[in-house]
Design a protein around this ligand. Structure first.
Ligand code: SAM
Length: 352
């Protein structure tokens, strides 16, 4: 997944900026229009107003072509003029190619924006403000684990090459029978822990597949440590561990997308299709709390954005919104569109 999405020059997210939106492979809340960024800007401005007296940073991960950053910065300029330049905007971006796209989109905000290749460039407790990502965590690589029912143990699905194409390979049972590498066993425990009780395991069919997401959990843990004061936010599709183990989900949630359709074969056309898997919010909540954050809520995008609009007094002025803005809002919050599919996890650390 890491190679197919991020390998320089060949990876899906390295080769063309226009992957997202009507002409690309999938929609995000950002590609719906600028209302999403405007509402986030309102929410962030209200939050940042609660942190007294220090320099603040809005730090975005997975900013892709910089569209959402531009929408947020434009809205903030109108909403909360900041002549003292207290608020900076950071982009977490390992890829030089994407930095270039982002710098172009954000030309007019060049004096506000700083790039960081990863969280490693930010010491612990160095950020006061908001750290967030929209559809970022679902794009981090996952491991697919399968259940070996006769042997009653998990194995990792591997990728092989046969007949001029990639294929899934179930590893042979080793002499010791111990087929899961220690970091994956640990990730399985972190994400599914007590849920994988003997009675449940006994009911799983041979080959039942789920994902573990150690990269997402590690990222969240590190972001929580970097946050001295403020909010850590993930907007993404996903579930909790309890929902992850539905019996009908026998093949997990990893999916490929191309031209607005699910593509069945995750391994087909690497670099040509997006790959993604549901975010499991349960280990993120635990990792943030272990780092001292308070969980403010895990809600649907609909309730998060409606509450944001209400708090900003937008609902009373709704009648004055332009029809295009109203349509965007409906797409963002309607259950049949993006309102229920996307969830918002908010954790915080108080400024004191
Ligand atoms: C599904 S896209 C989301 C794009 C955008 N946030 C939006 O909502 O339209 C995921 C993005 O995360 C980026 N990404 C992946 N790994 C990353 C990492 N370690 N740090 C920062 N960005 C990363 C990908 O390149 C891609 O642009």
């Amino acid at each position: 997944m890491a190679q197919a999405l991020y390998r320089p020059e060949l990876g899906y997210y390295e080769r063309a900026a226009g992957r997202i939106g009507r002409g690309g492979d999938f929609y995000t809340s950002v590609s719906v229009g600028s209302v999403f960024g405007e509402l986030l800007a309102r929410r962030f401005a209200a939050w940042l107003g609660q942190i007294p007296g220090e320099r603040l940073l809005i730090l975005e991960a997975g900013a892709h072509d910089g569209r959402l950053a531009a929408d947020i910065l434009s809205a903030l300029r109108k909403l909360a003029p900041d002549p003292a330049r207290r608020i900076g905007y950071g982009l977490l971006e390992p890829s030089p190619q994407r930095r270039e796209w982002q710098a172009q989109t954000l030309r007019e905000f060049a004096d506000r924006v700083t790039w960081y290749a990863s969280l490693n460039e930010l010491p612990p407790s160095s950020v006061a403000g908001v750290i967030f990502g929209n559809e970022f965590l679902d794009a981090l690589p996952v491991h697919r684990l399968g259940w070996d029912a006769p042997a009653r143990r998990w194995f990792e699905w591997r990728v092989g090459w046969a007949g001029q194409r990639f294929c899934w390979v179930r590893p042979p049972r080793s002499a010791t029978g111990d087929t899961l590498a220690a970091p994956l066993a640990e990730a399985l425990q972190t994400e599914f822990g007590d849920w994988l009780r003997p009675a449940l395991l006994a009911a799983l069919p041979d080959g039942y597949t789920l994902e573990v997401r150690p990269a997402a959990t590690a990222w969240w843990r590190q972001a929580a440590k970097v946050l001295r004061a403020g909010w850590l936010v993930a907007i993404d599709y996903g579930f909790t561990t309890a929902e992850a183990l539905r019996p009908e989900r026998t093949q997990g949630t990893a999916r490929a997308y191309a031209r607005h359709r699910y593509a069945d074969d995750l391994l087909a056309a690497p670099g040509e299709q997006d790959l993604t898997a549901h975010v499991n919010f349960t280990p993120l909540i635990a990792a943030g709390e272990a780092a001292g954050l308070t969980t403010e809520g895990l809600s649907s995008q609909a309730s998060f954005l409606v509450a944001t609009a209400e708090a900003a007094g937008e609902v009373e002025t709704f009648g004055r919104w332009k029809p295009a803005q109203r349509r965007q809002f409906q797409t963002l919050v309607h259950p049949a569109h993006l309102g229920e599919r996307f969830k918002v996890l908010v954790q915080s650390r108080s400024a004191r």
